[in-house]
Design a protein around this ligand. Structure first.
Ligand SMILES: N[C@@H](CCC(=O)N[C@@H](CS)C(=O)NCC(=O)O)C(=O)O
Length: 149
């Protein structure tokens, strides 16, 4: 017997920004899934934080299935909605796309929040960002020459 109630309406808890929740919202919207959202305010956060297993958001609930870690939630939804390839090779290619975007997100986020942002900006725009975008472009080229996505 499956102990999870798969028919339960999913609930997403996150702050009122796109951030790590946006991929979850897109997956739920794209698949026409009914869901509810709790958009946590800055006043609410200090009260909610200590009640969470990892003290961070997003939190995704589906009946008694309670998930944190955004990348794991994305993969859970991709499996659930049959968007995670149809064989081992395709799933591995999905993982490569996911990891490449995690790296890009960390790179851009790290730059954005860097206290020396203003000082580093010119070099980032001229050198680092084009190299990063080039890598993403390669990924698209790699995937489009092997049809199926
Ligand atoms: N590895 C976690 C990181 C989660 C994370 O850093 N969440 C941030 C928002 S994007 C957060 O909850 N920040 C508030 C805090 O840590 O107090 C994931 O991918 O879900």
């Amino acid at each position: 017997m499956n102990k999870h109630n798969k028919s339960a309406i999913p609930k997403l808890t996150y702050f009122a920004v796109r951030g790590r929740a946006e991929v979850i919202r897109l997956l739920l919207e794209e698949t026409g899934t009914e869901y509810t959202e709790h958009r946590v305010s800055l006043e609410e956060w200090p009260v909610l934080k200590p009640t969470l297993a990892f003290g961070q958001l997003p939190l995704y609930e589906e009946g008694d299935l309670v998930l944190n870690q955004s990348q794991a939630i994305y993969r859970h939804l991709a499996r659930k909605f049959n968007l995670y390839g149809s064989n081992e090779q395709e799933r591995t290619r999905c993982d490569i796309v996911q990891e490449t975007f995690v790296e890009a997100q960390q790179n851009i986020g790290g730059f954005f929040w860097n206290p020396e942002f203003a000082k580093l900006r010119d070099n980032y725009e001229a050198v680092e960002l084009p190299a990063l975008l080039e890598r993403l472009l390669k990924l698209y080229k790699l995937n489009s020459s092997n049809s199926g996505y």
